[in-house]
Design a protein around this ligand. Sequence first.
Ligand code: NAD
Length: 493
Amino acid sequence: MIEVKSIINGEERKSDQYYYRECPYDNEKIVTKTHIASIEDLKSAIDIAREIFDNDRYNWVSDYKQRDRVLFKIAERIREESQTLVDLLIDEIGMPLRQAKAHVNAAADIFEYYAGFGSKIYGNVKFLPNGDLIQLVKEPVGVVGAITPWNFPLTQSARKIAPAIAVGCTIVWKPASYTSGISYYLAKIIMSSGIPKGVINVVFGPGDKIGSELVKNNKVDKISFTGETTTGKWIMQEASKDLKRVSLELGGKNPFILFKDANLDQAIKGLIYGMFRNAGQACGATARLLVEEEIAEKVENKVVEAIKRLKVGNPRVEDTDVGPLVSKSQENKVLSYIEMGLKEGYKLLVGGNKIRNNGLERGYFIEPTVFSNVDNKSKIAQEEIFGPVLVIIYFKSEDEAITIANDIIYGLTAAIWTNDYRKALRISRRIRAGSIWINDAYTQPAEGLWGGYKQSGIGRELGLQGIEEFVEVKMIYNNINENYLHFKQVYKY
Ligand code: NAD
């Protein structure tokens, strides 16, 4: 069992209030004991981050070479510590072994990608017609409050922490409560990478206490949040009180559009990968399969066959494909959606039950589940279930597929499967989502882009665009023309 404490100005803080986290595949095993920070702890974390930023202490804001070295070192240390990180991912959220390894690598990739950025961020300069010169410089936004979810705890944090470090921000990080152990471990890795103490502080506690105070505190310049759309809406409303900058990475219920001319076997593999990764607890999951009606029956048979081949079980076992849900409450939520689908009369093609046998008695396992011929207007098609439940929706034409794909509050991702590339590009233009995959699903390279249209969020992460979320741009006006021609146009003297 790991004892998790907040780390403020480089020092670990104990508390007399704590909670225990059970392992989702064996609820008799306790994984972490987390000390809950007080509001005073949080305030001292914000104060130190503010002080370092405002005074450029340790030359943190000005010395980008130092920051570049730190980022390279963090990436290296994550790779060195990958076994421990994988173990924690398995024990805290039940992420299957192979997926956990890929997740750790993806987090290291993000730190590596942003390492070196500090020396490569430039502004712009321009001579004006009157001979004067303007300089547009990029500066760090200031103190960043990073609030992260439990479902992909390393990459979601890396997407905020790495670019914030690259540009010279200071950080107060509030990780999700389910994943305090892995967040604490990542924080220790970051602390051991040459970063001055207090530049990043990590504070553990409930979202509605610690998270909300971080959002409200007027010494914080920016909130970078990943989580549920409802939480994101509240954060945006609260941040408006002092016009704090926000970026929000929120929910999704994403279409996977399958045409009859696609390579169906490849498409099913893509669908399974996009849908059942992390037991479907993924914002970008391809949770609505939109299939051309003519091939619906054939595709449904293939989907069922593929699901029957999936290994659901102990996430520590090498060949497990689908692990448990993160918690009892998440399991109950998913089961209530399955019940809703059945009540609405949709045909269950496969799954629908809890699994409590063959050594899985003490975990939160649900069979991969598929509903056929679902109306896109129904709740099981419109709402984020965040579990292993796929809904299949039929379409007759390209236009109808696009209408159904867009007919939802979310706009995070979409996959388009066809061998007609002109058609795929035509559709890509018309789908309102931040990431489109053509004949692929759920790949997110660090060099790429991530973010939502509509109620899936505001702002972008990853790639060059991810840097822009952590900078302000300032104009410096240099008068070169001593005649002040522009004054003379307005004043007569
Ligand atoms: P959540 O909104 O419950 O919690 C996310 C974080 O916010 C946690 O750290 C939580 O403690 C904190 N929080 C909760 N209430 C808060 C408040 N009032 N003020 C400040 N902070 C608060 O989400 P979750 O259950 O941890 O994560 C799952 C959700 O995240 C899903 O909806 C999923 O789609 C979304 N998600 C989105 C992306 C993306 O990139 N778009 C990525 C991963 C997850």
